[in-house]
Write a protein that binds this ligand. Structure first.
Ligand code: AMP
Ligand code: GLY
Length: 427
């Protein structure tokens, strides 16, 4: 069957790399893709939010299965668009409807969802301009630190952790009254600060059944030792060494099952990935956030660990047959290290020529493209996060060293990557 992947990051390159290995895949297209996805299938120059053009292309090219990578088209209703259109309603599309994608698209929606279904999370309250003064009072009486969250999508920048009441009041006012994050902060969630170790679990659901994918932990800060500005993710490890059988049972029973049951109870049409960001405190899990898609760079360490035919899993999702799938995983340690452009996550240049690129011919060391594009005979940088090197080894230390070594052999002007991914597990 012909398959279309929507997106252009490292996540989508790892999806494309895996899908291309399936006997079930005939032609593979990626919209818009990057210089790496071009070696797995055909890139097509259609934007991720141009639903009309994506539908037209899908019909013309007999696409039977669509995998949506990023959250934006999901929150904007790409699944509803295909399902509500007579001509495209039979194309299988992996992702939640716009309503279900609110789990990521609105912090208030996701907090309400967790509260309604008794899923452990930080205590919170939501505010708009209409109860602004009540919010200032709430901050006055809140324990420190105070977490402020813009309700809507804010490109990963909408969460502020304030160490003082004064600071929180200033930020709260900037968010609500000055629209610091635009429409996204017209509603603000104030919540308790959770202590502990962060990690994420990923489920794939058909709306009733689910399979649990390998867990992962990402490294969001730009600097070594988790310092400096937040980024989309500078690296990831999977498995996460703090995971154990007791914790896993607890995550499944207290969080994953009630979440999937919650979709059913709320009548949400959810056929896709659920990314659950967790804080683990004394071996007890709390949900920090839901995302309605896979993580990036988490996908790059998770997908290569899955031994199953990925297309078979996606079809079972679309056909509500996930109860027939058993996920088989490679138990070695995977570490991803991300090479970024100079200046990222602030201003950075695009168009730098990349040299030393390798093909993915070796299963212990993989290279996925993120922000790259082809410019005649050159591959050039086209984003903040440029390349993702993934290595497999017995230990975190060895895998991290190997993924760093892959990037060491590459060059573009201003290349930077962290050399300490997985540092807390490296002994
Ligand atoms: P989010 O955009 O919800 O993923 O939040 C971004 C980051 O802020 C998370 O990855 C956490 O590191 C941190 N964070 C969010 N909420 C909390 C909380 N309630 N307590 C502690 N840290 C938090
Ligand atoms: N790496 C975090 C994310 O994909 O949201």
């Amino acid at each position: 069957m012909n398959i279309l992947i929507i997106g252009s990051g490292g996540r989508e390159h790892s999806f494309a790399w895996k899908i291309k290995q399936s006997q079930l895949c005939d032609k593979l297209f990626i919209a818009p893709g990057n210089a790496g996805t071009a070696s797995c299938g055909s890139n097509i120059a259609i934007g991720i939010n141009d639903f009309e053009a994506l539908a037209k292309f899908s019909l013309k090219n007999e696409i039977k299965l669509i995998l949506v990578g990023p959250e934006e088209p999901l929150v904007k209703g790409i699944v509803d668009f295909f399902k509500n259109n007579e001509a495209t309603k039979n194309i299988k599309i992996i992702g939640p409807t716009a309503e279900a994608a609110q789990l990521e698209g609105s912090k208030a929606y996701s907090k309400n969802f967790m509260q309604r279904h008794n899923i452990p999370t930080a205590g919170y309250k939501e505010f708009t301009t209409s109860n602004f003064e009540e919010g200032m009072q709430y901050i006055q009486n809140h324990s420190l630190p105070i977490v402020l969250k813009a309700d809507g999508l804010a490109a990963g920048k909408g969460v502020l952790i304030c160490m003082s009441v004064e600071d929180a009041k200033v930020e709260f006012e900037l968010m609500l009254l000055q629209k610091k994050f635009g429409e996204a902060s017209s509603k603000v969630v104030i919540e308790e600060f959770l202590q502990g170790i962060e990690m994420s679990v990923f489920a794939l659901t058909d709306g009733k059944n689910y399979v649990l994918l390998p867990e992962a932990k990402d490294y969001k800060r730009i600097g070594e030792g988790d310092t400096g500005l937040n980024t989309g993710g500078m690296g990831a490890v999977s498995p996460v060494p703090i995971m154990n059988d007791v914790l896993k049972e607890s995550i499944i029973n207290k969080i994953v099952k009630p979440t999937i049951k919650g979709f059913e109870k709320d009548g949400l049409d959810y056929k896709g990935f659920v990314f659950i960001g967790l804080m683990i405190n004394n071996n007890e899990p709390f949900v920090i956030e839901y995302n309605c898609r896979m993580g990036d760079p988490e996908t790059e360490v998770i997908i290569p660990r899955i031994k199953n035919d990925f297309v078979e899993i996606l079809l079972a999702t679309a056909n509500e047959q996930l109860d027939t799938i058993k996920i088989e995983t490679d138990n070695r340690q995977a570490v991803a290290t991300v090479a970024v452009s100079a200046g990222y996550p602030s201003e950075y240049k695009k168009g730098e020529i990349i040299t030393g690129l390798m093909e993915n011919t070796n299963n212990d060391n993989l290279l996925f493209h993120a922000g790259t594009s082809q410019n005649e005979n050159d591959v050039i940088t086209n984003g903040g996060r440029v390349l993702v090197a993934v290595s497999f080894a017995k230990t975190v230390r060895e895998a991290a060293a190997n993924s760093g070594a892959t990037l060491q052999n590459l060059h573009f002007e201003g290349i930077y990557f962290r050399r300490d991914i997985g540092y807390e597990f490296a002994d």
